[in-house]
Design a protein around this ligand. Sequence first.
Ligand code: FMN
Length: 638
Amino acid sequence: MDSTNEQRKRSSEDLPVEVIPASKSQKLAVESTEDSVQTIKDSHDSWKKGVASIKKEFLAEDGARSKQDDFDDDDAEASRTARGDDSKGKGKNVKRKGKRRGQNHARQLIQAHENIKLCASVVDPMDTLHTCNYGVENCKFSHDVEAYLAQKPEDLPGECPVWKEFGYCPSGLKCRWLGSHYDKEKKVLIYRDDYVRKNEQEELNWISGGDKNLLQKRKISLDKSEQITEWLDKNYKGKTATQVREDAKEHAASYIEAPFKIGEKKDLRFKDSKIVAPLTTVGNLPFRRLMRSLGAEVTYSEMALCLPLIQGSKSEWALVKAHETEYPGFGVQLAASKHWQTSKAVEAIAKLAPNVSEFNLNCGCPIDMLYRKGEGSAMMENPNRMIRVLKGMNYCSGEIPVTVKLRMGISNEKPLAEQLAHKLLAEGDVGAITVHGRSRKQRYAKEADWDYIGKVGQIVKDYNEQQVEDKDASDRHPVYMVGNGDCYSYEDYNSAIKRPGVDSVMIGRGALIKPWIFEEIQAQQYLDKSASERLDIVKNYAHYAVDHWGSDEFGINTARRYMCEFLSFTYRYIPVGILERLPPKLNQRPPPWKGRNELESLLGSPDYKDWIKITELFLGKADAGFSFIPKHKSNSYE
Ligand SMILES: Cc1cc2nc3c(=O)[nH]c(=O)nc-3n(C[C@H](O)[C@H](O)[C@H](O)COP(=O)(O)O)c2cc1C
């Protein structure tokens, strides 16, 4: 390792800033002058109260920068608005006092429109999927390539990242870097000899418009789900838990086709896995691709709703897509409360988009829209329903394991996950149980309860040990237990993984704010990434985003918008080199601070206009009509 790298890798033991355990800090105080005693005491107290301690020389004068105190993870989790649908409602138990903060109700994908809309059939001669059924005369879109090119805005600077990677750009004439792959003289698009076609370009689980249509018209046969639905309706619905248990053996024999037992399904191998949490909106394909490149081993789709999936909804099927680097290790997360819906969705995905390592049932989502329908965290209040849903999913998923993501419960006073773990282990045939150590009512401001997560871990551990005693261990794999909540450093990870029965730690916001978190866990050190290294990460995200959404006007606008969503997390990173105390904590908020150079300050800016500026470094100037309203709108610059 070279000396620069050496310098960057620091653990809390060798950081020049001392990690002061409570006892030592008291000793220091006795030896210091009265003033410094007060400073150390104040700073230690505020650190404990959730204020990040910044070295004096990096504190910004009040008003020089806005404070990073305006983020709201509850709002972030509760929103599907950036995707175009609106489920931002808060649970009735999570009511806000006074005016709702944030501007989510107005957040929409407002796209700039081109003056001339080119017919898809002339955009790219290589695209055989798009033909025009109307002809030049009757088509409502233009076939006039010359006129289109004459009014097209100037190219963005640099080379088309899609063409650079694949030797072929599916955005064709609409590409904003058209000059990279267009011969002006001959008026033809250029393809490199080794070009890769669009449908071969690294994305998996792509399903055709035709298949979505067939789904909509119910013309794709989903026999297994129909069989299991009928069976579950007959044998499970309306029965008490005891009746169901008593009948269980008899039922197993009457399955139309015996379902895979947990030991016969693929092993998830979740021991010490580096897992990124499912994250609506921000956990999109480009982000997950980025996390894979930075060491993640398991990634999840954003939560997809089963009903729109089985109705062939384009936007819901887009969520099932994965980058080739995500498979194996890619889980599709589903939400629904009815077993016919989950069974059908699982069967359709297993049939049409089979590059899936796991189907995860979301039983933790707090948002009101789902809760009111009995979905998400509401499933925890109806364990029999949860078991029915899981049985259906298991039957239809074949050898793909089914897993479940829980919260602690609905309220802190009455946690449910322990009880549920017993039931899931006895009846659910799940490959893994994940517990987010918060209740539905609990907001992100309060820390996740790892003691409770450990209790569930113990239950799973006892179960696995019992299974080994009861049977030959070789014909089964264990049920894995994954803990989740507030992991933001290798130190958090170490203390989490020490809990009994906890096989892995799932990381959500920690990965968004500090995408190199798995590298730190691997190195068991804090990495003081320079601002330019961090900008490189953002640059990769930008390229992956353009690869995914396209290099035309629409693609770039979409990429810019999701990049702003990503930057609305990355700005919260406080470089370890300017922190006075470690470990950094997710819930700590800093006083106004400035970076060690201009770029570091820019990357730490809470002003969304600066995020747009950062996108412009890679995606060109934002259109005058581009608007991005962050969830946690900062007013300090206005
Ligand atoms: C922006 C955002 C989106 C989320 N979306 C989902 C989701 O789609 N499905 C899910 O199960 N949990 C979702 N969660 C919850 C996370 O998966 C995770 O359980 C939670 O953030 C706690 O982990 P962390 O402390 O590591 O962030 C979301 C959380 C956030 C902040």
